[in-house]
Design a protein around this ligand. Structure first.
Ligand SMILES: [Zn+2]
Ligand SMILES: [Zn+2]
Length: 158
């Protein structure tokens, strides 16, 4: 049983993440088109969650063909490939640094700096699965979004 968190996105690893995504898509036989790649780059370059609206605003200054449906389709592709996670409570997206295997990404949301971290906990997943199964409910997936302060903001406030 392990529990660990890490930064979901990290500015210095954006290029690494893009290279990784290119290799992953090639191995899966799916296309990381220039727009999909650019959307991923914009999401990965931020430690905070990024709203589709902000992506559209950014892309429209670069490429006037980037209309909302195109950007939403690019996001759907990135979600389906596990390259980004949706942050439901913020209606926004964060990059994933380990998209190779599907995983339940619980998210820790810092109210102070906006950083989003992933939390992986086998113990938590097992506890949720057990508690839900006891009700007879057939769960498809369960993902928690925890609001609070990140370790850096706690330290700064201390
Ligand atoms: Zn992830
Ligand atoms: Zn913070």
């Amino acid at each position: 049983m392990t529990a660990h968190s890490h930064h979901a996105a990290h500015p210095h690893s954006t290029q690494d993440a893009l290279l990784h995504a290119e290799r992953l898509c090639a191995s899966r036989g799916v296309r990381l088109t220039p727009l999909r790649r650019r959307v991923l780059e914009l999401v990965q370059s931020r430690a905070e969650a990024v709203k589709a609206y902000d992506l559209l605003a950014q892309l429209s200054t670069e490429d006037h063909t980037a209309k909302p449906p195109t950007v939403y389709r690019a996001l759907d592709f990135l979600l389906a490939q596990g390259l980004v996670h949706r942050v439901d409570s913020l209606n926004a997206f964060v990059g994933c640094n380990h998209p190779d295997t599907p995983h339940a990404a619980h998210l820790l949301l810092c109210a102070q700096c906006g950083r989003v971290e992933e939390l992986h906990s086998d113990a938590m997943d097992a506890a949720i699965a057990q508690a839900v199964a006891a009700t007879g409910f057939a769960a498809r997936h369960a993902r928690l979004e925890v609001q609070g302060l990140c370790a850096a903001c706690v330290a700064a406030a201390g």
